[in-house]
Design a protein around this ligand. Sequence first.
Ligand code: MSP
Length: 521
Amino acid sequence: MSEATGKAFYVTTPIYYVNDAPHIGHAYTTVAADVLARWHRQRGEDVWFLTGTDEHGEKVLRAAEKNGLTAQAWTDHMVETAWEPMLATLDVTNDDFIRTTQERHQVRVQEFWQRLNDAGHVYTGSYTGPYCVGCEEFKIASELLEGDLCPIHGYKVEQLSEDNYFFKLSSYAERLLEFYAANPDFVQPESARNEVIKFVEGGLTDLSITRSTFNWGVPVPWDPKHVLYVWIDALLNYVTAAGYGNDPEKFARTWPADVHLVGKDILRFHAVIWPAMLMAAELPLPHKVFAHGWLLVGGEKMSKTKLTGIAPQQITDHFGSDAFRYYFLRQIAFGQDGSFSWENMAQIYQSELGDQFGNLGSRLTSMVERYRDGVLPSGTLDAALADAMRTAVAEADAAIERLAFQDALAAVMAFVRIVNGYVTEREPWKLAKDEANAGALDDVLYSTADALRAMAVLLSPVMPKACQLLWASLGAESALGPLSTQRIAAVADVHLPAGAVVTKLAPLFPRLEEQPTVVPA
Ligand code: MSP
């Protein structure tokens, strides 16, 4: 967390299957992780942010076959044309991108499982059961809908038989329950924690960890006719990319992860199987697994398979990446499901971003140009605004600590509204008409400019582009240094100096014309 301990704040997204291109559900997790990473950097912490792609397994193999390519050619194609571009589209600042087909990953995965095999955590056996290729998971019969439908994907499961190797997951139930009890924040939110505890209390079955019916995977080191099950290969990305087994210094700086962000559909893998694997390997456990909800379409999880996926770019092309990043974190309580609607997004864009935030920046900078020749006058920061600023900083920072992005943005937007109210009430355009009010006008201009400075810092992890433009137009770049060097904790103590050169800001969130029709990508 801090430079003093030498431990970075380490945040991850799940690694994404490359059977298809990203939709806004994937972008949602990625943006949340990026906001968290940027916020912690803005706090002055050393941060390490990992994302990547999950490239093995039957699901990816079938997609490659359907498209007439080898699995490797298909994954390369998808990473280059779809997954890496998504990160650029959304201004994501990941520190590394791991692909499970990379040598650096595969070698460590083999070493890990060889160690567990040598230590007696693996045995041979056979298993037959319902398998969902969409989930890449053996399902529990009682959880299937109408007897044979996957509750997540809605399509028929397949009966799969494997003579293979098993990890003794069942022997970890007690230890896991003790761990959850001793670490009440490990699984968040509370509903996810309760679900996991209930699941483990029901008893765990051993986990089939190899496959022999296809070969698109990491070869089992002690029996290369088999490949490792995709999930026990994929979960290890969090340590293989972090230096496990090859860079002890990096591993000490990064591991354990501070937070794994995951969708609720993959909670058990992260909160049950992953900690059990780490326990078996005697490695420290991550601090937190946070399960967010789903973006829904027509009440169901948005998915490409069901042809309800919307590509992130369809939204960013129209509203821009900042508005995309803002909207989903502002509208949906992190941890709950939410729906995207084009009308709702247009409305939030117009009212909160355009009318409230963007317009305040345009108004203030144009008034400083007009009334003070673009030079920020010296003035006294309004006491009520100073208080509101302090409250916004404290509330937003505490909310981010809880991963309550919605509350953090609500706290900053409350401040934005207060400042708008202040400007409306003081009527600087009237003060400007009488030289006798010059001092009062200076105070309003100064206070509003400094409030905008605070907003630029607090909103920059969410809307980096707009905040950078605002920062530059306030003259803060020359007066206070780059936006990235501003510290959250100091927002209410650092102020814009009089004399800062202010230039008129073009609308940050211009009015938009017609709404395009969004069609599934
Ligand atoms: N490859 C696995 C994860 C391995 S992590 C070691 C996987 N990939 S995925 O591409 O299917 O999903 C990745 C993430 O996207 C999951 O957290 C999942 O919950 C999330 N989402 C997929 N569809 C979603 C929505 N409609 N809404 C929100 N998130 C969704 O699972």
